[in-house]
Write a protein that binds this ligand. Structure first.
Ligand code: FEO
Length: 171
């Protein structure tokens, strides 16, 4: 039987994952508005990945006999100063999510909830990857800050990102 505090914490994380998807869709729309189609595409895939994260939590909570309660999703920001600022926002957001995952793990340890602890291990690795991929774009944009065609080249590269549906997770 799932502890009620853990059930509430997982429902909060479901909300956080959907918000993440909403945030990245907003970033995608921003990039569309300034005609950076590759950046927009990268964010759309990021948004889709967040929905698979949401689904993992949803399915886990249901499998453990918990009740999914969907709450209101906050409105994300809709404008940024520059493309670099958007990716810096991605990184700070992912760092925040990493902190949320760590808190969930702390709670699972406190409750001796081994099943939830095991389930959360996947997210530890995922967060390392999420932070690294945002930082990679940031570093690339900074390196090309004085190169007039740099942003155009980065935009083309980001268009290559492919969404790979995770095994066992459907939307
Ligand atoms: Fe669901 Fe980007 O962490």
């Amino acid at each position: 039987m799932l502890n009620q505090n853990m059930e509430k914490a997982i429902n909060d994380q479901i909300n956080a994952e959907i918000y993440s998807s909403y945030l990245y869709l907003s970033m995608s729309a921003y990039f569309d508005s300034i005609n950076l189609k590759g950046c927009s595409h990268w964010m759309r895939i990021q948004a889709m990945e967040e929905m698979t994260h949401f689904k993992r939590f949803y399915d886990f909570l249901t499998a453990r006999g918990g009740r999914v309660i969907l709450a209101q999703i906050d409105a994300p920001p809709s404008a940024w100063d520059a493309p670099l600022a958007v990716f810096e926002n991605v990184l700070t957001h992912e760092q925040l999510v990493t902190g949320l995952i760590n808190k969930l793990i702390d709670l699972s340890m406190e409750l001796k909830d081994h099943a939830t602890n095991s389930f959360l291990q996947w997210f530890i690795d995922e967060q390392v990857e999420e932070e690294a991929s945002a930082d990679e774009v940031i570093q690339s944009m900074k390196l090309n800050a004085n190169n007039p065609g740099g942003l155009f080249i980065i935009d083309k590269e980001l268009m290559q990102r492919v969404f790979t549906p995770p095994v066992g997770v459907t939307l």
